[in-house]
Design a protein around this ligand. Sequence first.
Ligand code: FAD
Length: 504
Amino acid sequence: MSISVLYGRDINKDFTMEFNFATRKIGKPGTAWDGNLSVPSDSAQKYSWQIPEHVVAATGMSTVLDDRLIHSMGKSSPEILAAKHGIVGQVVCGVLYPDSGSLEASVRTLLENGLKTIPYGGGSSVNGSLMPYVGHETVSIDMKNFSSIHIGKNFVRAGSGVTGSDLEAALWKAGYTCGNFPESFRYSTVGGWVATGAVGQESNQYGGIRDIALSVSLLTSSGRIEDINVPSQSAGITALDISLGSAGSTGIITDVTLKTFRIPRRRYYHSYFFRSFEDGLRALQESEKPPTVARLSDETETEFAIRSNAAGVVQKLFRAYLDVRGMGNGAILIVVNNEAPWKMGTSGSVYSGGIPAKMWERDRYLRPGLANLLWKAGYIPDTLETAANWEYLPDLYRDVRESFSEMKKQYDFNGIIMAHISHLYRSGACIYFTFVLSTVFKREIETLDAVRDGIIKAFLRNHGAITHHHGMGALFRPYLDGSHMSLMKRIRDPMYGGVPTTPC
Ligand SMILES: Cc1cc2nc3c(=O)[nH]c(=O)nc-3n(C[C@H](O)[C@H](O)[C@H](O)COP(=O)(O)OP(=O)(O)OC[C@H]3O[C@@H](n4cnc5c(N)ncnc54)[C@H](O)[C@@H]3O)c2cc1C
Protein backbone atom coordinates (compact mmCIF):
# COMPACT_ATOMS: atom_id res chain seq x y z
CA MET A 1 0.00 0.00 0.00
CA SER A 2 1.38 3.38 -0.98
CA ILE A 3 -0.05 6.92 -0.62
CA SER A 4 1.32 10.27 -1.75
CA VAL A 5 2.18 12.51 1.22
CA LEU A 6 3.56 15.60 -0.54
CA TYR A 7 1.57 18.83 -0.78
CA GLY A 8 -0.81 19.59 -3.65
CA ARG A 9 -2.67 17.42 -6.11
CA ASP A 10 -2.41 19.74 -9.09
CA ILE A 11 0.74 21.80 -8.71
CA ASN A 12 2.18 21.23 -12.15
CA LYS A 13 4.38 24.23 -12.75
CA ASP A 14 7.80 23.35 -14.04
CA PHE A 15 10.40 24.74 -11.63
CA THR A 16 13.34 23.10 -13.39
CA MET A 17 15.45 26.26 -13.72
CA GLU A 18 15.05 27.22 -10.08
CA PHE A 19 15.52 23.61 -9.01
CA ASN A 20 18.79 23.31 -10.94
CA PHE A 21 20.07 26.53 -9.46
CA ALA A 22 19.04 25.46 -5.96
CA THR A 23 20.73 22.09 -6.19
CA ARG A 24 23.93 23.67 -7.52
CA LYS A 25 23.99 25.96 -4.50
CA ILE A 26 23.18 23.46 -1.78
CA GLY A 27 25.19 20.41 -2.68
CA LYS A 28 24.44 16.76 -3.08
CA PRO A 29 21.08 15.28 -2.21
CA GLY A 30 20.48 12.39 0.18
CA THR A 31 18.43 9.39 -0.86
CA ALA A 32 15.90 10.01 -3.66
CA TRP A 33 12.25 9.21 -2.92
CA ASP A 34 8.96 9.06 -4.84
CA GLY A 35 7.04 11.09 -2.24
CA ASN A 36 4.91 8.13 -1.15
CA LEU A 37 4.37 6.53 2.21
CA SER A 38 4.63 2.79 1.73
CA VAL A 39 3.14 0.44 4.27
CA PRO A 40 3.90 -3.22 3.65
CA SER A 41 0.64 -5.19 3.60
CA ASP A 42 1.80 -7.51 6.37
CA SER A 43 2.28 -4.57 8.77
CA ALA A 44 -1.11 -2.98 8.00
CA GLN A 45 -2.55 -5.24 10.68
CA LYS A 46 -0.86 -3.24 13.44
CA TYR A 47 -2.99 -0.19 12.63
CA SER A 48 -6.31 -1.95 13.03
CA TRP A 49 -8.67 -1.02 15.85
CA GLN A 50 -11.61 -2.94 17.20
CA ILE A 51 -14.35 -0.41 16.62
CA PRO A 52 -17.73 -1.91 17.44
CA GLU A 53 -19.58 -2.87 14.23
CA HIS A 54 -22.70 -0.98 15.25
CA VAL A 55 -20.67 2.27 15.57
CA VAL A 56 -19.23 1.86 12.09
CA ALA A 57 -22.68 1.10 10.71
CA ALA A 58 -24.46 3.93 12.56
CA THR A 59 -21.96 6.61 11.58
CA GLY A 60 -20.99 5.35 8.13
CA MET A 61 -17.30 5.95 8.92
CA SER A 62 -14.54 4.80 6.60
CA THR A 63 -12.06 2.38 8.15
CA VAL A 64 -9.97 2.01 4.99
CA LEU A 65 -6.28 2.28 5.94
CA ASP A 66 -5.29 4.76 3.17
CA ASP A 67 -8.01 7.08 4.28
CA ARG A 68 -7.02 6.80 7.92
CA LEU A 69 -3.32 7.37 7.24
CA ILE A 70 -3.88 10.47 5.13
CA HIS A 71 -6.16 11.91 7.84
CA SER A 72 -3.55 11.30 10.56
CA MET A 73 -0.93 13.67 9.21
CA GLY A 74 -0.47 17.12 7.77
CA LYS A 75 2.15 18.57 5.41
CA SER A 76 4.89 19.59 7.85
CA SER A 77 8.43 18.52 6.96
CA PRO A 78 8.89 16.33 10.07
CA GLU A 79 5.71 14.44 9.14
CA ILE A 80 6.77 14.10 5.49
CA LEU A 81 10.27 12.99 6.49
CA ALA A 82 8.86 10.36 8.88
CA ALA A 83 6.70 9.08 6.00
CA LYS A 84 9.80 8.92 3.77
CA HIS A 85 11.33 6.59 6.34
CA GLY A 86 8.14 4.52 6.51
CA ILE A 87 7.49 5.66 10.07
CA VAL A 88 3.82 5.91 10.93
CA GLY A 89 2.79 7.35 14.28
CA GLN A 90 -0.61 6.96 15.87
CA VAL A 91 -3.33 6.48 13.24
CA VAL A 92 -6.99 7.53 13.55
CA CYS A 93 -9.27 4.54 13.72
CA GLY A 94 -11.80 5.84 11.24
CA VAL A 95 -12.78 8.81 9.08
CA LEU A 96 -16.23 10.36 9.06
CA TYR A 97 -17.54 12.49 6.18
CA PRO A 98 -20.64 13.95 7.82
CA ASP A 99 -22.95 16.64 6.47
CA SER A 100 -25.04 19.11 8.41
CA GLY A 101 -27.84 16.53 8.75
CA SER A 102 -25.70 13.75 10.22
CA LEU A 103 -22.87 15.43 12.19
CA GLU A 104 -24.50 15.80 15.61
CA ALA A 105 -25.94 12.28 15.77
CA SER A 106 -22.68 10.72 14.53
CA VAL A 107 -20.56 12.62 17.03
CA ARG A 108 -22.97 11.63 19.83
CA THR A 109 -22.61 7.96 18.84
CA LEU A 110 -18.80 8.28 18.86
CA LEU A 111 -18.74 9.90 22.30
CA GLU A 112 -21.19 7.37 23.78
CA ASN A 113 -18.79 4.67 22.66
CA GLY A 114 -15.72 6.29 24.19
CA LEU A 115 -14.24 7.57 20.92
CA LYS A 116 -12.62 10.99 20.49
CA THR A 117 -12.59 13.31 17.48
CA ILE A 118 -10.18 15.48 15.46
CA PRO A 119 -11.68 17.86 12.90
CA TYR A 120 -10.05 17.78 9.43
CA GLY A 121 -10.24 20.57 6.84
CA GLY A 122 -7.88 20.63 3.87
CA GLY A 123 -5.08 18.68 5.61
CA SER A 124 -2.51 21.44 4.93
CA SER A 125 -1.54 21.75 8.61
CA VAL A 126 2.18 22.27 9.22
CA ASN A 127 2.20 21.99 13.00
CA GLY A 128 1.37 18.36 13.76
CA SER A 129 -2.19 19.12 14.86
CA LEU A 130 -3.79 16.31 12.84
CA MET A 131 -1.87 13.60 14.73
CA PRO A 132 -4.11 11.69 17.11
CA TYR A 133 -2.98 11.33 20.72
CA VAL A 134 -1.48 7.96 21.62
CA GLY A 135 -3.81 6.12 23.93
CA HIS A 136 -7.07 7.43 22.53
CA GLU A 137 -9.29 5.87 19.93
CA THR A 138 -9.89 8.85 17.70
CA VAL A 139 -12.00 9.44 14.61
CA SER A 140 -11.12 12.12 12.06
CA ILE A 141 -14.09 14.32 11.13
CA ASP A 142 -13.55 15.43 7.54
CA MET A 143 -15.59 18.60 6.96
CA LYS A 144 -15.58 18.59 3.15
CA ASN A 145 -19.39 18.23 2.94
CA PHE A 146 -19.85 21.50 4.83
CA SER A 147 -19.69 23.36 1.56
CA SER A 148 -22.51 25.90 1.60
CA ILE A 149 -21.82 29.54 0.70
CA HIS A 150 -24.30 32.33 1.40
CA ILE A 151 -23.26 35.80 0.30
CA GLY A 152 -24.80 38.67 2.28
CA LYS A 153 -24.22 42.42 2.30
CA ASN A 154 -20.51 42.77 3.14
CA PHE A 155 -20.33 39.34 4.74
CA VAL A 156 -20.31 35.71 3.67
CA ARG A 157 -21.45 32.66 5.64
CA ALA A 158 -19.51 29.58 4.55
CA GLY A 159 -19.49 25.94 5.58
CA SER A 160 -16.23 25.20 7.37
CA GLY A 161 -15.10 22.75 4.67
CA VAL A 162 -15.15 25.36 1.88
CA THR A 163 -11.65 25.81 0.41
CA GLY A 164 -10.11 29.21 -0.20
CA SER A 165 -10.35 28.86 -3.96
CA ASP A 166 -14.04 27.83 -3.91
CA LEU A 167 -14.89 30.66 -1.55
CA GLU A 168 -13.13 33.30 -3.63
CA ALA A 169 -14.56 31.95 -6.91
CA ALA A 170 -18.09 32.40 -5.53
CA LEU A 171 -17.31 35.80 -4.04
CA TRP A 172 -15.60 37.13 -7.16
CA LYS A 173 -18.70 36.38 -9.24
CA ALA A 174 -20.61 38.66 -6.87
CA GLY A 175 -17.89 41.33 -6.93
CA TYR A 176 -16.43 40.57 -3.48
CA THR A 177 -13.38 39.07 -1.82
CA CYS A 178 -12.77 38.12 1.80
CA GLY A 179 -9.08 38.99 1.42
CA ASN A 180 -7.51 35.86 2.99
CA PHE A 181 -4.97 34.35 0.60
CA PRO A 182 -2.61 31.92 2.36
CA GLU A 183 -0.16 30.15 0.06
CA SER A 184 -2.18 26.97 0.76
CA PHE A 185 -5.32 28.78 -0.51
CA ARG A 186 -6.24 26.05 -3.03
CA TYR A 187 -6.60 23.35 -0.37
CA SER A 188 -6.98 24.94 3.05
CA THR A 189 -10.48 25.54 4.35
CA VAL A 190 -12.37 28.26 6.13
CA GLY A 191 -12.65 26.10 9.30
CA GLY A 192 -8.92 25.30 9.18
CA TRP A 193 -8.13 29.02 8.83
CA VAL A 194 -10.02 29.83 12.05
CA ALA A 195 -8.61 26.85 13.98
CA THR A 196 -5.01 27.78 13.07
CA GLY A 197 -5.30 31.59 13.15
CA ALA A 198 -4.21 31.72 9.50
CA VAL A 199 -2.83 34.85 7.85
CA GLY A 200 -3.01 35.39 4.10
CA GLN A 201 -0.52 37.12 1.82
CA GLU A 202 -2.60 40.32 1.60
CA SER A 203 -2.91 40.77 5.36
CA ASN A 204 -1.42 44.28 5.30
CA GLN A 205 -4.70 45.41 3.76
CA TYR A 206 -7.32 42.92 4.98
CA GLY A 207 -5.78 41.58 8.19
CA GLY A 208 -5.49 37.90 9.13
CA ILE A 209 -8.38 35.56 9.87
CA ARG A 210 -8.56 37.02 13.40
CA ASP A 211 -9.57 40.32 11.77
CA ILE A 212 -11.75 38.90 9.00
CA ALA A 213 -13.87 36.27 10.84
CA LEU A 214 -17.05 37.59 12.47
CA SER A 215 -18.69 34.53 14.02
CA VAL A 216 -18.77 30.74 14.00
CA SER A 217 -21.08 27.89 14.76
CA LEU A 218 -19.27 25.40 17.01
CA LEU A 219 -20.31 21.86 17.89
CA THR A 220 -19.01 20.84 21.33
CA SER A 221 -19.56 17.71 23.41
CA SER A 222 -22.15 19.62 25.44
CA GLY A 223 -24.05 20.99 22.44
CA ARG A 224 -23.87 23.64 19.77
CA ILE A 225 -22.74 27.22 20.40
CA GLU A 226 -24.03 29.56 17.74
CA ASP A 227 -22.61 33.09 17.60
CA ILE A 228 -25.07 35.66 16.33
CA ASN A 229 -24.27 37.39 13.07
CA VAL A 230 -23.54 40.98 14.06
CA PRO A 231 -20.74 43.31 12.92
CA SER A 232 -19.31 43.42 16.46
CA GLN A 233 -20.35 42.69 20.04
CA SER A 234 -19.10 42.75 23.63
CA ALA A 235 -21.43 40.13 25.11
CA GLY A 236 -18.74 38.04 26.79
CA ILE A 237 -16.64 35.30 25.22
CA THR A 238 -17.93 33.97 21.92
CA ALA A 239 -17.58 30.65 20.12
CA LEU A 240 -15.31 32.52 17.67
CA ASP A 241 -13.06 33.63 20.55
CA ILE A 242 -12.47 30.04 21.70
CA SER A 243 -12.16 28.70 18.14
CA LEU A 244 -9.44 31.05 16.89
CA GLY A 245 -6.14 29.19 17.11
CA SER A 246 -7.82 26.27 18.93
CA ALA A 247 -6.49 23.57 16.54
CA GLY A 248 -9.96 22.06 16.86
CA SER A 249 -9.48 21.38 20.58
CA THR A 250 -12.57 23.36 21.64
CA GLY A 251 -15.04 21.75 19.22
CA ILE A 252 -15.92 21.30 15.57
CA ILE A 253 -16.48 24.51 13.62
CA THR A 254 -19.33 23.91 11.20
CA ASP A 255 -19.87 27.39 9.71
CA VAL A 256 -17.97 30.66 9.65
CA THR A 257 -19.10 34.19 8.87
CA LEU A 258 -16.43 36.38 7.30
CA LYS A 259 -16.23 40.02 6.29
CA THR A 260 -16.19 40.74 2.57
CA PHE A 261 -14.75 43.62 0.60
CA ARG A 262 -15.31 44.97 -2.92
CA ILE A 263 -12.81 43.41 -5.30
CA PRO A 264 -10.06 45.87 -6.22
CA ARG A 265 -10.57 47.61 -9.54
CA ARG A 266 -6.87 47.68 -10.27
CA ARG A 267 -3.63 46.32 -8.87
CA TYR A 268 -0.26 48.07 -9.08
CA TYR A 269 3.07 46.23 -9.14
CA HIS A 270 6.43 47.57 -8.01
CA SER A 271 9.83 46.40 -6.82
CA TYR A 272 12.72 48.09 -5.06
CA PHE A 273 16.29 47.11 -4.34
CA PHE A 274 18.14 47.81 -1.10
CA ARG A 275 21.85 47.51 -0.47
CA SER A 276 21.13 45.02 2.29
CA PHE A 277 18.23 43.21 3.95
CA GLU A 278 18.73 45.32 7.05
CA ASP A 279 18.41 48.55 5.02
CA GLY A 280 15.13 47.20 3.67
CA LEU A 281 13.93 46.34 7.17
CA ARG A 282 14.60 49.90 8.33
CA ALA A 283 12.70 51.33 5.36
CA LEU A 284 9.65 49.13 5.96
CA GLN A 285 9.59 50.09 9.60
CA GLU A 286 9.29 53.72 8.61
CA SER A 287 6.59 53.18 6.02
CA GLU A 288 3.38 54.75 7.33
CA LYS A 289 0.92 53.02 5.02
CA PRO A 290 2.09 49.55 3.97
CA PRO A 291 0.99 48.20 0.59
CA THR A 292 -1.44 45.26 0.18
CA VAL A 293 1.52 42.88 -0.27
CA ALA A 294 5.12 43.62 0.72
CA ARG A 295 7.75 40.91 0.57
CA LEU A 296 11.30 41.85 1.41
CA SER A 297 13.72 39.02 0.62
CA ASP A 298 17.16 38.73 2.16
CA GLU A 299 20.22 38.63 -0.11
CA THR A 300 20.15 34.83 -0.52
CA GLU A 301 16.46 34.67 -1.40
CA THR A 302 16.90 37.63 -3.75
CA GLU A 303 19.60 35.77 -5.64
CA PHE A 304 17.26 32.79 -5.96
CA ALA A 305 14.46 35.02 -7.25
CA ILE A 306 16.67 36.63 -9.91
CA ARG A 307 18.34 33.41 -11.02
CA SER A 308 15.12 31.48 -11.26
CA ASN A 309 12.86 34.02 -12.91
CA ALA A 310 15.12 35.82 -15.37
CA ALA A 311 16.88 33.79 -18.04
CA GLY A 312 20.22 34.56 -19.78
CA VAL A 313 20.45 38.05 -21.25
CA VAL A 314 17.63 39.55 -19.18
CA GLN A 315 19.31 38.35 -16.01
CA LYS A 316 22.66 39.83 -17.06
CA LEU A 317 21.07 43.18 -17.94
CA PHE A 318 19.19 43.30 -14.67
CA ARG A 319 22.37 42.50 -12.71
CA ALA A 320 24.36 45.11 -14.66
CA TYR A 321 21.70 47.74 -13.91
CA LEU A 322 21.82 46.90 -10.19
CA ASP A 323 25.63 47.00 -10.17
CA VAL A 324 25.62 50.45 -11.80
CA ARG A 325 23.15 51.67 -9.15
CA GLY A 326 25.34 50.20 -6.40
CA MET A 327 22.81 47.52 -5.44
CA GLY A 328 24.55 44.37 -6.68
CA ASN A 329 23.82 41.41 -4.36
CA GLY A 330 21.22 43.47 -2.55
CA ALA A 331 17.76 42.67 -1.19
CA ILE A 332 14.57 42.92 -3.24
CA LEU A 333 11.25 44.28 -2.00
CA ILE A 334 8.21 43.19 -4.01
CA VAL A 335 5.09 45.30 -3.73
CA VAL A 336 1.52 44.76 -4.88
CA ASN A 337 -0.99 47.46 -4.02
CA ASN A 338 -4.70 47.69 -4.65
CA GLU A 339 -6.35 50.76 -6.20
CA ALA A 340 -3.37 53.14 -6.24
CA PRO A 341 0.34 53.08 -7.05
CA TRP A 342 2.58 52.79 -3.98
CA LYS A 343 5.77 54.69 -3.38
CA MET A 344 8.66 53.87 -1.07
CA GLY A 345 8.76 56.80 1.39
CA THR A 346 12.47 56.71 2.22
CA SER A 347 15.58 57.10 0.13
CA GLY A 348 18.26 54.40 -0.04
CA SER A 349 16.44 52.17 -2.51
CA VAL A 350 16.43 51.79 -6.28
CA TYR A 351 13.21 51.24 -8.20
CA SER A 352 13.33 48.07 -10.32
CA GLY A 353 9.95 47.99 -12.07
CA GLY A 354 6.80 45.91 -11.81
CA ILE A 355 7.88 42.62 -13.42
CA PRO A 356 9.31 40.90 -10.31
CA ALA A 357 6.03 41.53 -8.44
CA LYS A 358 3.97 40.24 -11.38
CA MET A 359 6.10 37.08 -11.45
CA TRP A 360 5.63 36.55 -7.75
CA GLU A 361 1.86 36.89 -8.17
CA ARG A 362 1.83 34.44 -11.09
CA ASP A 363 3.45 31.71 -8.94
CA ARG A 364 2.01 32.63 -5.56
CA TYR A 365 0.24 29.28 -4.97
CA LEU A 366 2.64 27.10 -6.96
CA ARG A 367 5.87 27.64 -5.04
CA PRO A 368 5.38 24.47 -2.90
CA GLY A 369 5.85 22.55 -6.18
CA LEU A 370 9.55 23.36 -5.88
CA ALA A 371 9.62 21.79 -2.41
CA ASN A 372 8.08 18.64 -3.89
CA LEU A 373 10.89 18.46 -6.47
CA LEU A 374 13.48 18.85 -3.73
CA TRP A 375 11.88 16.12 -1.59
CA LYS A 376 11.86 13.72 -4.51
CA ALA A 377 15.50 14.42 -5.34
CA GLY A 378 16.55 13.59 -1.77
CA TYR A 379 16.80 17.04 -0.15
CA ILE A 380 14.93 18.10 2.99
CA PRO A 381 13.15 21.44 2.51
CA ASP A 382 11.38 23.14 5.40
CA THR A 383 10.02 26.48 6.59
CA LEU A 384 9.54 28.16 9.98
CA GLU A 385 8.18 31.63 10.63
CA THR A 386 7.73 34.02 13.51
CA ALA A 387 6.78 37.62 14.31
CA ALA A 388 8.69 40.07 16.46
CA ASN A 389 8.82 43.78 17.18
CA TRP A 390 10.96 45.86 14.80
CA GLU A 391 13.68 46.39 17.42
CA TYR A 392 14.30 42.63 17.73
CA LEU A 393 14.08 41.56 14.08
CA PRO A 394 17.69 42.22 12.98
CA ASP A 395 19.14 40.23 15.91
CA LEU A 396 16.57 37.48 15.48
CA TYR A 397 17.49 37.15 11.81
CA ARG A 398 21.22 36.95 12.62
CA ASP A 399 20.71 34.50 15.47
CA VAL A 400 18.63 32.11 13.34
CA ARG A 401 21.30 32.07 10.63
CA GLU A 402 24.03 31.49 13.19
CA SER A 403 22.07 28.65 14.74
CA PHE A 404 21.70 27.09 11.28
CA SER A 405 25.47 27.33 10.64
CA GLU A 406 26.19 25.84 14.05
CA MET A 407 23.88 22.88 13.29
CA LYS A 408 25.60 22.37 9.92
CA LYS A 409 28.87 21.87 11.74
CA GLN A 410 27.43 19.79 14.55
CA TYR A 411 25.39 17.46 12.33
CA ASP A 412 27.73 17.58 9.34
CA PHE A 413 25.38 18.48 6.52
CA ASN A 414 25.25 21.08 3.75
CA GLY A 415 22.35 23.37 3.22
CA ILE A 416 21.05 26.84 2.77
CA ILE A 417 18.79 29.18 4.70
CA MET A 418 17.02 32.29 3.44
CA ALA A 419 14.30 34.59 4.67
CA HIS A 420 11.72 37.19 3.77
CA ILE A 421 9.48 39.62 5.59
CA SER A 422 5.92 38.77 4.64
CA HIS A 423 3.39 40.57 6.88
CA LEU A 424 3.74 44.10 8.25
CA TYR A 425 2.33 45.55 11.47
CA ARG A 426 2.74 48.88 13.26
CA SER A 427 5.00 47.35 15.89
CA GLY A 428 6.83 44.71 13.87
CA ALA A 429 6.61 42.07 11.17
CA CYS A 430 6.50 38.38 10.34
CA ILE A 431 9.77 36.89 9.13
CA TYR A 432 9.61 33.64 7.20
CA PHE A 433 12.61 31.30 6.92
CA THR A 434 13.04 28.70 4.19
CA PHE A 435 15.84 26.19 4.59
CA VAL A 436 17.02 23.14 2.72
CA LEU A 437 19.24 20.41 4.15
CA SER A 438 21.44 18.43 1.82
CA THR A 439 23.97 15.62 2.06
CA VAL A 440 22.20 14.31 5.14
CA PHE A 441 22.80 10.67 4.49
CA LYS A 442 22.32 9.39 8.00
CA ARG A 443 20.21 10.54 10.91
CA GLU A 444 17.88 12.61 8.67
CA ILE A 445 15.09 12.77 11.24
CA GLU A 446 17.37 13.66 14.13
CA THR A 447 19.11 16.32 12.04
CA LEU A 448 15.89 18.03 10.95
CA ASP A 449 14.57 17.97 14.53
CA ALA A 450 17.78 19.58 15.81
CA VAL A 451 17.74 22.31 13.12
CA ARG A 452 14.09 23.16 13.81
CA ASP A 453 14.70 23.18 17.55
CA GLY A 454 17.68 25.53 17.11
CA ILE A 455 15.65 27.92 14.96
CA ILE A 456 12.58 28.00 17.22
CA LYS A 457 14.80 28.57 20.27
CA ALA A 458 16.45 31.47 18.42
CA PHE A 459 12.94 32.92 17.83
CA LEU A 460 12.14 32.69 21.53
CA ARG A 461 15.54 34.07 22.65
CA ASN A 462 14.90 37.12 20.50
CA HIS A 463 11.36 37.86 21.72
CA GLY A 464 9.67 36.22 18.73
CA ALA A 465 6.47 34.16 18.67
CA ILE A 466 6.70 30.35 18.41
CA THR A 467 4.81 30.85 15.16
CA HIS A 468 3.08 33.84 13.52
CA HIS A 469 0.53 31.97 11.39
CA HIS A 470 1.17 28.22 11.30
CA GLY A 471 -0.97 27.58 14.39
CA MET A 472 -0.50 25.36 17.43
CA GLY A 473 0.10 21.63 17.16
CA ALA A 474 2.17 18.76 18.51
CA LEU A 475 5.34 20.07 16.81
CA PHE A 476 5.23 23.41 18.65
CA ARG A 477 3.82 22.31 22.00
CA PRO A 478 7.23 21.71 23.65
CA TYR A 479 7.86 25.46 23.31
CA LEU A 480 4.57 26.65 24.84
CA ASP A 481 4.99 28.17 28.28
CA GLY A 482 3.17 26.76 31.29
CA SER A 483 0.58 29.50 31.68
CA HIS A 484 -0.55 29.23 28.06
CA MET A 485 -0.65 25.45 28.37
CA SER A 486 -3.00 25.67 31.31
CA LEU A 487 -5.12 28.26 29.50
CA MET A 488 -5.53 25.90 26.54
CA LYS A 489 -6.27 23.01 28.89
CA ARG A 490 -9.07 25.00 30.52
CA ILE A 491 -10.95 25.46 27.27
CA ARG A 492 -10.22 22.06 25.71
CA ASP A 493 -13.31 19.98 24.97
CA PRO A 494 -13.23 16.42 26.36
CA MET A 495 -14.10 15.03 22.91
CA TYR A 496 -10.79 16.27 21.44
CA GLY A 497 -8.44 13.45 20.42
CA GLY A 498 -5.40 15.45 19.23
CA VAL A 499 -2.14 15.74 21.15
CA PRO A 500 -3.08 17.87 24.18
CA THR A 501 -0.96 20.64 25.68
CA THR A 502 -0.90 18.82 29.00
CA PRO A 503 -1.66 15.22 29.92
CA CYS A 504 -5.37 14.39 29.83
C1 FAD B 1 2.48 24.86 1.19
C2 FAD B 1 1.82 25.46 2.36
C3 FAD B 1 1.68 26.84 2.43
C4 FAD B 1 1.04 27.43 3.53
N1 FAD B 1 0.88 28.78 3.57
C5 FAD B 1 0.24 29.36 4.61
C6 FAD B 1 0.02 30.77 4.64
O1 FAD B 1 0.40 31.50 3.73
N2 FAD B 1 -0.63 31.29 5.72
C7 FAD B 1 -1.08 30.50 6.73
O2 FAD B 1 -1.68 31.02 7.67
N3 FAD B 1 -0.88 29.17 6.74
C8 FAD B 1 -0.25 28.57 5.70
N4 FAD B 1 -0.06 27.21 5.69
C9 FAD B 1 -0.54 26.39 6.80
C10 FAD B 1 -1.98 25.84 6.61
O3 FAD B 1 -2.36 25.89 5.25
C11 FAD B 1 -2.94 26.63 7.46
O4 FAD B 1 -2.66 26.34 8.80
C12 FAD B 1 -4.42 26.36 7.17
O5 FAD B 1 -5.17 27.30 7.87
C13 FAD B 1 -4.89 24.96 7.53
O6 FAD B 1 -6.17 24.79 6.98
P1 FAD B 1 -6.74 23.34 6.60
O7 FAD B 1 -8.14 23.50 6.15
O8 FAD B 1 -5.82 22.68 5.65
O9 FAD B 1 -6.74 22.65 8.01
P2 FAD B 1 -6.21 21.21 8.43
O10 FAD B 1 -4.80 21.06 8.05
O11 FAD B 1 -7.15 20.18 7.98
O12 FAD B 1 -6.32 21.35 10.02
C14 FAD B 1 -5.50 22.25 10.72
C15 FAD B 1 -6.00 22.34 12.16
O13 FAD B 1 -7.30 22.92 12.17
C16 FAD B 1 -8.24 22.03 12.75
N5 FAD B 1 -9.48 22.14 11.99
C17 FAD B 1 -9.64 22.03 10.65
N6 FAD B 1 -10.93 22.21 10.33
C18 FAD B 1 -11.59 22.43 11.48
C19 FAD B 1 -12.96 22.65 11.81
N7 FAD B 1 -13.91 22.69 10.90
N8 FAD B 1 -13.28 22.82 13.12
C20 FAD B 1 -12.34 22.79 14.08
N9 FAD B 1 -11.04 22.59 13.83
C21 FAD B 1 -10.66 22.41 12.55
C22 FAD B 1 -7.61 20.65 12.64
O14 FAD B 1 -8.09 19.76 13.65
C23 FAD B 1 -6.15 20.97 12.83
O15 FAD B 1 -5.86 21.15 14.19
C24 FAD B 1 0.57 26.61 4.59
C25 FAD B 1 0.71 25.22 4.51
C26 FAD B 1 1.33 24.65 3.41
C27 FAD B 1 1.46 23.16 3.34
